[in-house]
Design a protein around this ligand. Structure first.
Ligand SMILES: Cc1cc2nc3c(=O)[nH]c(=O)nc-3n(C[C@H](O)[C@H](O)[C@H](O)COP(=O)(O)O)c2cc1C
Length: 323
């Protein structure tokens, strides 16, 4: 696969602990995107936001921090902060579909008012010390909104526009709108990347074949289900089960080191496993044990059992399952 491969931002999952462990075990990611930072007028990052993007917590990987805000001043403050930490690119979140975000006119909410969006973009592009990319959808309610949005986007020199070809109303359901994606690609003045529903090598190859001009393929759920997929996409052998095991252990140990609340660690690892269980066929009984674990010890023994008694069966096309 000759496309650049990026790891989508997944709030609550792909933080620095996850990214560092992923990069140490699996090759193939050209860029990781941080879950969004939400700067406000206090112009201070929360400890959690800062720890997540500190370069020493992201060694040896290309990280592109993502920001969610509709305020040019807060965006520019954050961009300056990122520049001082050594970053050269900032990603703007124009796609978050969550009700609380959209109702404040942020994320996908910014797509509802193209004029306000244009004014915002004008301000940030005029003064930003970093290259700006964005991750967006094809509209809030309907694809009919796309031409007007494209007319706005195309006035600005985006480093890259990553498109999840669904509307906000579709959230992550329904079929990605390939025609709408074609419209974004056609005559685009900036690189355009695909994001959505790539769960295996075949899916990625189909995107590359159908849209040869695509700059990069960004993958979220496909990677948190099968973190070794990045190797396969770069033509490397699929890692052994032991590598997956060591990866899961490193993520767990990372949380145990950084978090005081051990119950919270176990809770968090259940979320991690609600995706990764998908690479073990017929693992219902093991999934249930992980879900029921009430302590780190119970968690570790349920995961040991899974790795000892089941094999990883990566499927060309698997039913997408969660705990
Ligand atoms: C739990 C979860 C958290 C997410 N967090 C973010 C986020 O912080 N920023 C963002 O732009 N997208 C976020 N997304 C959207 C993903 O980056 C991605 O666009 C979406 O999962 C579709 O891609 P996929 O089909 O490859 O998973 C999130 C999605 C999920 C399911």
């Amino acid at each position: 696969m000759d496309k650049l491969i990026s790891f989508a931002p997944m709030e609550g999952i792909t933080n620095h602990i996850y990214r560092k462990a992923h990069a140490a075990h699996f090759q193939g990611i050209d860029a990781y995107y941080s879950p969004f930072i939400a700067p406000n007028s206090s112009h201070k990052l929360t400890t959690r936001e800062l720890v997540d993007i500190l370069p020493e917590n992201n060694p040896g990987i290309r990280l592109i921090p993502q920001v969610l805000t509709r305020s040019p001043a807060d965006f520019l403050w954050c961009a300056e902060k990122l520049r001082s930490l050594g970053y050269d690119e900032i990603n703007l979140n124009l796609g978050c579909p969550s009700g609380t975000v959209v109702s404040k006119g942020k994320g996908a909410g910014q797509l509802s008012d193209p004029e306000a969006l244009e004014a915002f973009l004008k301000e940030i592009f005029k003064n930003c010390p970093l290259a700006i990319s964005a991750k967006t959808r094809i509209g809030l309610e309907s694809r009919a909104e796309l031409p007007r949005l494209l007319a706005v986007f195309r006035k600005f020199p985006f480093q890259e526009l990553i498109v999840h070809p669904r509307t906000r109303v579709m959230q992550y359901k329904g079929t990605p709108d390939e025609e709408a994606f074609s419209l974004v690609l056609e005559g685009s003045p900036f690189p355009v990347s695909w994001n959505g529903d790539v769960f295996c090598e075949k899916d990625a190859l189909e995107v590359a074949e159908r849209f040869p001009e695509t700059h990069a393929v960004m993958i979220g759920r496909g990677f948190i289900t099968d973190p070794g997929l990045s190797c396969v996409l770069k033509g490397l052998p699929r890692p052994e089960k032991a590598v997956y095991r060591s990866f899961a252990q490193e993520v767990f140990e990372g949380y145990m080191r950084e978090w005081n609340d051990k119950k919270a660690v176990v809770f968090h690892m259940k979320e991690f496993w609600s995706y990764m269980i998908g690479i073990f066929p017929d693992a219902g009984k093991y999934a249930k044990r992980i879900r029921k674990a009430a302590s780190p010890e119970e968690y570790l023994s349920s995961v040991s059992e899974l790795f000892e008694e089941r094999d990883i069966v990566p499927r060309e096309e698997w039913a997408f399952r969660r705990l």
